[in-house]
Ligand binder design. Structure first.
Ligand SMILES: *Cc1c(COP(=O)(O)O)cnc(C)c1O
Length: 367
Protein backbone atom coordinates (compact mmCIF):
# COMPACT_ATOMS: atom_id res chain seq x y z
CA UNK A 1 0.00 0.00 0.00
CA UNK A 2 1.20 3.49 -0.79
CA UNK A 3 1.53 6.22 1.81
CA UNK A 4 -1.75 7.87 2.70
CA UNK A 5 -1.70 11.45 1.51
CA UNK A 6 -4.87 12.61 3.26
CA UNK A 7 -3.58 14.20 6.40
CA UNK A 8 -5.43 14.09 9.73
CA UNK A 9 -6.16 17.52 11.18
CA UNK A 10 -3.35 18.92 13.32
CA UNK A 11 -5.23 18.83 16.60
CA UNK A 12 -5.20 15.04 16.54
CA UNK A 13 -1.40 14.98 16.56
CA UNK A 14 -1.42 16.11 20.18
CA UNK A 15 -3.92 13.83 21.81
CA UNK A 16 -3.25 10.82 23.99
CA UNK A 17 -5.87 8.19 23.18
CA UNK A 18 -8.13 7.64 26.19
CA UNK A 19 -7.53 4.31 27.90
CA UNK A 20 -10.82 3.21 29.47
CA UNK A 21 -11.10 0.72 32.32
CA UNK A 22 -10.55 -2.75 30.89
CA UNK A 23 -13.85 -4.47 30.05
CA UNK A 24 -14.70 -7.62 32.01
CA UNK A 25 -14.98 -9.75 28.83
CA UNK A 26 -11.46 -8.77 27.78
CA UNK A 27 -9.94 -9.87 31.09
CA UNK A 28 -11.94 -13.12 30.98
CA UNK A 29 -10.58 -13.81 27.50
CA UNK A 30 -6.97 -12.80 28.14
CA UNK A 31 -6.55 -14.60 31.44
CA UNK A 32 -8.99 -17.48 30.93
CA UNK A 33 -10.99 -16.40 34.00
CA UNK A 34 -14.72 -16.67 34.54
CA UNK A 35 -15.17 -14.58 37.70
CA UNK A 36 -13.95 -11.07 37.09
CA UNK A 37 -14.67 -7.98 39.23
CA UNK A 38 -14.46 -4.55 37.62
CA UNK A 39 -13.72 -1.65 39.94
CA UNK A 40 -12.15 0.52 37.26
CA UNK A 41 -14.75 2.91 35.86
CA UNK A 42 -16.78 4.13 38.84
CA UNK A 43 -19.84 2.21 37.69
CA UNK A 44 -22.72 1.53 40.04
CA UNK A 45 -22.26 -1.81 41.89
CA UNK A 46 -26.05 -2.10 42.34
CA UNK A 47 -26.61 -2.13 38.58
CA UNK A 48 -28.97 0.29 36.86
CA UNK A 49 -31.93 2.06 38.52
CA UNK A 50 -34.80 -0.49 38.50
CA UNK A 51 -37.26 2.25 37.53
CA UNK A 52 -35.09 3.03 34.52
CA UNK A 53 -34.98 -0.66 33.55
CA UNK A 54 -38.77 -0.95 33.69
CA UNK A 55 -39.20 2.19 31.57
CA UNK A 56 -36.66 0.87 29.06
CA UNK A 57 -38.51 -2.41 28.68
CA UNK A 58 -41.71 -0.55 27.91
CA UNK A 59 -39.92 1.70 25.39
CA UNK A 60 -38.19 -1.04 23.41
CA UNK A 61 -41.04 -1.31 20.90
CA UNK A 62 -40.75 2.43 20.17
CA UNK A 63 -37.18 2.49 18.91
CA UNK A 64 -38.19 2.67 15.25
CA UNK A 65 -38.96 6.33 16.02
CA UNK A 66 -36.28 8.98 16.10
CA UNK A 67 -35.75 10.39 19.55
CA UNK A 68 -37.01 13.85 20.51
CA UNK A 69 -34.22 16.09 19.20
CA UNK A 70 -34.86 18.57 22.04
CA UNK A 71 -35.13 15.96 24.82
CA UNK A 72 -38.02 18.12 25.90
CA UNK A 73 -39.44 15.98 28.71
CA UNK A 74 -36.03 15.40 30.28
CA UNK A 75 -35.11 19.11 30.09
CA UNK A 76 -38.39 19.96 31.84
CA UNK A 77 -37.92 17.37 34.57
CA UNK A 78 -34.32 18.39 35.25
CA UNK A 79 -35.16 22.09 35.21
CA UNK A 80 -37.87 21.71 37.81
CA UNK A 81 -35.61 19.59 40.04
CA UNK A 82 -32.71 22.00 39.76
CA UNK A 83 -34.63 25.26 40.08
CA UNK A 84 -33.65 26.57 36.65
CA UNK A 85 -35.62 27.02 33.42
CA UNK A 86 -35.75 24.36 30.68
CA UNK A 87 -33.88 26.82 28.43
CA UNK A 88 -30.98 26.59 30.89
CA UNK A 89 -30.60 22.82 30.43
CA UNK A 90 -28.95 20.88 27.60
CA UNK A 91 -28.93 17.09 27.34
CA UNK A 92 -25.89 15.34 25.88
CA UNK A 93 -24.50 11.98 24.86
CA UNK A 94 -22.91 11.62 28.27
CA UNK A 95 -21.05 14.39 30.05
CA UNK A 96 -18.18 13.32 27.79
CA UNK A 97 -20.21 14.25 24.73
CA UNK A 98 -20.92 17.66 26.22
CA UNK A 99 -17.25 18.29 27.01
CA UNK A 100 -16.37 17.61 23.38
CA UNK A 101 -19.28 19.77 22.23
CA UNK A 102 -18.41 22.72 24.49
CA UNK A 103 -14.86 22.71 23.12
CA UNK A 104 -16.15 22.55 19.53
CA UNK A 105 -18.52 25.44 20.15
CA UNK A 106 -16.16 27.75 22.04
CA UNK A 107 -12.54 27.12 21.10
CA UNK A 108 -10.48 28.58 18.27
CA UNK A 109 -6.90 27.66 17.35
CA UNK A 110 -4.46 28.84 20.04
CA UNK A 111 -7.14 29.69 22.60
CA UNK A 112 -6.10 28.68 26.10
CA UNK A 113 -7.87 26.16 28.28
CA UNK A 114 -6.94 25.97 31.97
CA UNK A 115 -7.22 22.60 33.71
CA UNK A 116 -5.67 21.06 36.79
CA UNK A 117 -2.99 18.45 36.76
CA UNK A 118 -4.37 14.97 37.64
CA UNK A 119 -7.93 15.57 36.53
CA UNK A 120 -10.41 13.99 34.12
CA UNK A 121 -8.59 13.53 30.78
CA UNK A 122 -11.51 14.39 28.47
CA UNK A 123 -10.95 18.15 28.90
CA UNK A 124 -7.40 17.99 27.60
CA UNK A 125 -8.28 15.70 24.69
CA UNK A 126 -11.18 17.84 23.52
CA UNK A 127 -9.15 21.04 23.85
CA UNK A 128 -6.30 19.61 21.79
CA UNK A 129 -8.68 18.39 19.09
CA UNK A 130 -9.73 22.02 18.69
CA UNK A 131 -6.03 22.99 18.46
CA UNK A 132 -6.26 24.96 21.68
CA UNK A 133 -3.43 25.33 24.19
CA UNK A 134 -3.76 23.49 27.47
CA UNK A 135 -2.42 25.22 30.59
CA UNK A 136 -2.12 22.92 33.61
CA UNK A 137 -1.95 24.02 37.22
CA UNK A 138 -0.38 21.92 40.01
CA UNK A 139 -2.33 20.25 42.78
CA UNK A 140 -2.39 21.56 46.33
CA UNK A 141 -1.18 19.34 49.20
CA UNK A 142 -3.88 16.77 49.88
CA UNK A 143 -4.31 16.21 46.12
CA UNK A 144 -6.78 19.07 45.82
CA UNK A 145 -7.37 21.32 42.83
CA UNK A 146 -5.71 24.74 43.29
CA UNK A 147 -8.32 27.27 42.20
CA UNK A 148 -6.08 30.24 43.06
CA UNK A 149 -3.45 28.87 40.68
CA UNK A 150 -6.13 28.38 38.03
CA UNK A 151 -7.24 32.00 38.38
CA UNK A 152 -3.57 33.09 38.21
CA UNK A 153 -3.24 31.17 34.93
CA UNK A 154 -5.94 33.19 33.16
CA UNK A 155 -4.76 35.42 30.30
CA UNK A 156 -6.46 37.35 27.50
CA UNK A 157 -6.38 34.15 25.45
CA UNK A 158 -8.10 31.98 28.07
CA UNK A 159 -11.49 30.80 26.87
CA UNK A 160 -12.39 27.82 29.08
CA UNK A 161 -11.57 26.54 32.56
CA UNK A 162 -12.60 23.03 33.57
CA UNK A 163 -13.01 22.42 37.31
CA UNK A 164 -13.81 18.83 38.22
CA UNK A 165 -15.58 19.02 41.60
CA UNK A 166 -15.28 16.49 43.17
CA UNK A 167 -12.16 15.72 41.16
CA UNK A 168 -11.58 12.44 39.35
CA UNK A 169 -9.19 10.62 40.08
CA UNK A 170 -8.33 12.22 43.44
CA UNK A 171 -11.83 12.19 44.97
CA UNK A 172 -11.26 15.61 46.55
CA UNK A 173 -13.44 18.75 46.47
CA UNK A 174 -12.86 22.45 46.24
CA UNK A 175 -14.84 24.27 48.93
CA UNK A 176 -17.61 26.81 48.50
CA UNK A 177 -15.31 29.50 49.91
CA UNK A 178 -12.58 28.61 47.41
CA UNK A 179 -15.03 28.60 44.51
CA UNK A 180 -16.48 31.99 45.55
CA UNK A 181 -13.04 33.60 45.77
CA UNK A 182 -12.10 32.06 42.43
CA UNK A 183 -15.26 33.19 40.64
CA UNK A 184 -14.66 36.77 41.80
CA UNK A 185 -11.38 36.73 39.89
CA UNK A 186 -12.64 35.18 36.65
CA UNK A 187 -13.23 37.70 33.85
CA UNK A 188 -16.36 37.55 31.73
CA UNK A 189 -14.60 36.33 28.58
CA UNK A 190 -13.81 33.01 30.31
CA UNK A 191 -16.38 30.20 30.59
CA UNK A 192 -15.93 28.13 33.75
CA UNK A 193 -17.19 24.56 33.40
CA UNK A 194 -17.80 22.76 36.69
CA UNK A 195 -17.89 19.01 36.11
CA UNK A 196 -20.07 17.66 38.93
CA UNK A 197 -20.27 14.03 37.82
CA UNK A 198 -20.01 12.93 41.48
CA UNK A 199 -21.85 15.70 43.31
CA UNK A 200 -24.53 13.34 44.72
CA UNK A 201 -21.86 11.46 46.68
CA UNK A 202 -20.44 14.48 48.52
CA UNK A 203 -20.85 14.65 52.30
CA UNK A 204 -18.39 17.43 53.15
CA UNK A 205 -20.35 20.44 54.44
CA UNK A 206 -17.85 22.83 52.83
CA UNK A 207 -19.04 21.75 49.37
CA UNK A 208 -21.63 23.63 47.36
CA UNK A 209 -22.60 22.74 43.83
CA UNK A 210 -22.39 25.48 41.19
CA UNK A 211 -26.01 25.47 39.97
CA UNK A 212 -26.67 28.60 42.06
CA UNK A 213 -24.47 30.64 39.72
CA UNK A 214 -26.86 29.83 36.87
CA UNK A 215 -29.87 30.58 39.08
CA UNK A 216 -28.33 33.94 39.97
CA UNK A 217 -27.94 34.82 36.30
CA UNK A 218 -24.16 34.44 36.05
CA UNK A 219 -23.38 34.14 32.34
CA UNK A 220 -19.97 32.47 32.30
CA UNK A 221 -20.66 29.29 34.27
CA UNK A 222 -21.72 25.86 33.07
CA UNK A 223 -22.37 22.80 35.25
CA UNK A 224 -22.05 19.25 33.90
CA UNK A 225 -23.73 16.21 35.41
CA UNK A 226 -24.19 12.58 34.38
CA UNK A 227 -26.57 9.64 34.76
CA UNK A 228 -23.63 7.24 34.53
CA UNK A 229 -22.64 7.05 38.16
CA UNK A 230 -25.32 7.38 40.84
CA UNK A 231 -28.15 6.27 38.49
CA UNK A 232 -26.16 3.38 37.01
CA UNK A 233 -26.79 4.22 33.35
CA UNK A 234 -23.22 4.45 32.03
CA UNK A 235 -23.95 2.14 29.10
CA UNK A 236 -26.73 4.37 27.77
CA UNK A 237 -24.65 7.56 27.57
CA UNK A 238 -26.65 10.35 29.18
CA UNK A 239 -25.45 13.59 30.71
CA UNK A 240 -26.60 17.19 30.96
CA UNK A 241 -25.34 20.72 31.22
CA UNK A 242 -26.83 23.70 33.03
CA UNK A 243 -25.97 27.25 31.97
CA UNK A 244 -27.45 30.55 30.83
CA UNK A 245 -29.58 30.10 27.69
CA UNK A 246 -27.17 32.41 25.82
CA UNK A 247 -24.27 30.09 26.68
CA UNK A 248 -26.20 27.04 25.50
CA UNK A 249 -27.32 28.66 22.22
CA UNK A 250 -24.11 27.86 20.26
CA UNK A 251 -24.29 24.29 21.52
CA UNK A 252 -27.91 23.87 20.47
CA UNK A 253 -27.20 25.44 17.09
CA UNK A 254 -24.33 23.05 16.36
CA UNK A 255 -25.44 19.80 17.98
CA UNK A 256 -26.04 16.57 16.12
CA UNK A 257 -29.83 16.56 15.83
CA UNK A 258 -30.40 13.17 17.49
CA UNK A 259 -27.32 12.99 19.68
CA UNK A 260 -29.28 11.67 22.69
CA UNK A 261 -30.90 8.35 21.86
CA UNK A 262 -34.50 7.47 22.67
CA UNK A 263 -33.72 4.84 25.29
CA UNK A 264 -31.38 7.14 27.16
CA UNK A 265 -34.06 9.83 27.37
CA UNK A 266 -36.69 7.38 28.61
CA UNK A 267 -34.35 5.85 31.18
CA UNK A 268 -33.13 9.22 32.44
CA UNK A 269 -36.65 10.43 33.02
CA UNK A 270 -37.53 7.31 35.02
CA UNK A 271 -34.24 7.31 36.94
CA UNK A 272 -34.89 10.84 38.18
CA UNK A 273 -37.91 9.45 40.05
CA UNK A 274 -35.87 6.68 41.64
CA UNK A 275 -34.83 8.37 44.87
CA UNK A 276 -34.80 5.05 46.68
CA UNK A 277 -32.16 3.68 44.32
CA UNK A 278 -30.02 6.78 44.75
CA UNK A 279 -30.27 6.43 48.54
CA UNK A 280 -29.26 2.78 48.41
CA UNK A 281 -26.35 3.62 46.13
CA UNK A 282 -25.11 6.27 48.55
CA UNK A 283 -25.39 3.89 51.51
CA UNK A 284 -23.54 1.06 49.78
CA UNK A 285 -20.86 3.50 48.64
CA UNK A 286 -20.33 5.01 52.08
CA UNK A 287 -20.14 1.63 53.81
CA UNK A 288 -17.81 0.27 51.12
CA UNK A 289 -15.57 3.30 51.32
CA UNK A 290 -15.19 2.86 55.09
CA UNK A 291 -14.32 -0.80 54.56
CA UNK A 292 -11.64 0.10 52.00
CA UNK A 293 -10.17 2.82 54.24
CA UNK A 294 -9.92 0.40 57.15
CA UNK A 295 -8.32 -2.29 55.01
CA UNK A 296 -5.83 0.17 53.50
CA UNK A 297 -4.90 1.33 57.00
CA UNK A 298 -4.31 -2.25 58.11
CA UNK A 299 -2.12 -2.81 55.06
CA UNK A 300 -0.18 0.40 55.80
CA UNK A 301 -1.27 1.98 52.51
CA UNK A 302 -1.92 5.70 52.27
CA UNK A 303 -5.09 6.81 50.53
CA UNK A 304 -6.79 10.09 49.71
CA UNK A 305 -10.07 10.50 51.66
CA UNK A 306 -12.77 10.60 48.99
CA UNK A 307 -16.05 12.44 48.47
CA UNK A 308 -16.94 10.10 45.62
CA UNK A 309 -17.52 6.42 44.76
CA UNK A 310 -13.82 5.73 44.21
CA UNK A 311 -10.64 5.91 46.27
CA UNK A 312 -7.12 6.82 45.19
CA UNK A 313 -4.64 4.60 47.01
CA UNK A 314 -0.86 4.97 47.07
CA UNK A 315 0.91 1.75 46.16
CA UNK A 316 4.41 3.03 45.37
CA UNK A 317 6.77 2.50 42.43
CA UNK A 318 5.35 -1.00 41.86
CA UNK A 319 1.80 0.30 41.26
CA UNK A 320 1.72 -0.66 37.56
CA UNK A 321 2.98 -4.11 38.46
CA UNK A 322 0.35 -4.49 41.18
CA UNK A 323 -2.30 -3.43 38.66
CA UNK A 324 -1.24 -6.22 36.27
CA UNK A 325 -1.07 -8.81 39.03
CA UNK A 326 -4.58 -7.86 40.15
CA UNK A 327 -5.78 -8.29 36.57
CA UNK A 328 -4.34 -11.79 36.50
CA UNK A 329 -6.43 -12.50 39.61
CA UNK A 330 -9.56 -11.19 37.92
CA UNK A 331 -9.75 -7.79 39.63
CA UNK A 332 -9.75 -4.74 37.38
CA UNK A 333 -8.80 -1.39 38.94
CA UNK A 334 -7.47 1.76 37.31
CA UNK A 335 -3.74 2.49 37.00
CA UNK A 336 -3.08 6.23 37.30
CA UNK A 337 0.04 6.83 35.18
CA UNK A 338 -2.15 8.60 32.63
CA UNK A 339 -3.27 10.97 35.41
CA UNK A 340 0.31 11.88 36.38
CA UNK A 341 -0.04 9.72 39.49
CA UNK A 342 2.02 6.66 38.52
CA UNK A 343 2.37 5.37 42.08
CA UNK A 344 -1.37 5.22 42.69
CA UNK A 345 -4.33 3.03 41.80
CA UNK A 346 -7.91 4.28 41.63
CA UNK A 347 -10.44 1.79 42.96
CA UNK A 348 -14.19 2.09 42.51
CA UNK A 349 -16.13 1.38 45.69
CA UNK A 350 -18.00 -1.82 44.92
CA UNK A 351 -20.59 -4.00 46.62
CA UNK A 352 -19.29 -5.76 49.78
CA UNK A 353 -18.32 -8.99 47.97
CA UNK A 354 -16.45 -7.08 45.28
CA UNK A 355 -14.56 -4.99 47.83
CA UNK A 356 -13.62 -8.12 49.74
CA UNK A 357 -12.44 -9.85 46.58
CA UNK A 358 -10.30 -6.82 45.71
CA UNK A 359 -8.73 -6.66 49.18
CA UNK A 360 -8.05 -10.41 49.21
CA UNK A 361 -6.33 -10.17 45.82
CA UNK A 362 -4.40 -7.07 46.91
CA UNK A 363 -3.09 -8.85 50.00
CA UNK A 364 -1.87 -11.76 47.87
CA UNK A 365 -0.20 -9.44 45.38
CA UNK A 366 1.51 -7.21 47.95
CA UNK A 367 3.39 -9.96 49.83
C1 LIG B 1 -17.52 9.48 34.61
C2 LIG B 1 -17.20 10.92 34.40
C3 LIG B 1 -17.76 11.65 33.36
C4 LIG B 1 -18.42 10.95 32.23
O1 LIG B 1 -19.75 10.97 32.29
P1 LIG B 1 -20.53 10.33 31.06
O2 LIG B 1 -21.87 10.95 31.24
O3 LIG B 1 -20.52 8.85 31.27
O4 LIG B 1 -19.86 10.74 29.80
C5 LIG B 1 -17.53 13.01 33.29
N1 LIG B 1 -16.74 13.62 34.17
C6 LIG B 1 -16.16 12.94 35.17
C7 LIG B 1 -15.32 13.66 36.13
C8 LIG B 1 -16.35 11.57 35.29
O5 LIG B 1 -15.70 10.88 36.23
Amino acid sequence: MGAISIRQQRGLDLIQPYVPGKPIAEVQREYGLSQVVKLASNENPLGPSPKAVAALQAALTEIHYYPDAQSHALCQALASRLGVTPEQVIIGNGADGLIRHICAAYLEDEDEVVISRSTFPAYETSAYIMRAKVVKTPLLPGYRIDLAAMADAVTRRTRLIFVCNPNNPTGTIVTNAEVSAFMERIPEHVLVVFDEAYHEFVQDGCYRDAIHYVQEGRQNVMVLRTFSKVYGLAGLRLGYGVAAAEILAPLLASKEPFVVNLLAQVAGLAALEDDEFVQRTLEVTRAGRQFLYQQFEELGLRYVPSQTNFVLVEIGPQAADVYRKLLAKGVIVRPCGGYDLPEFLRVTVGAPKQNERFIAALKEVLV
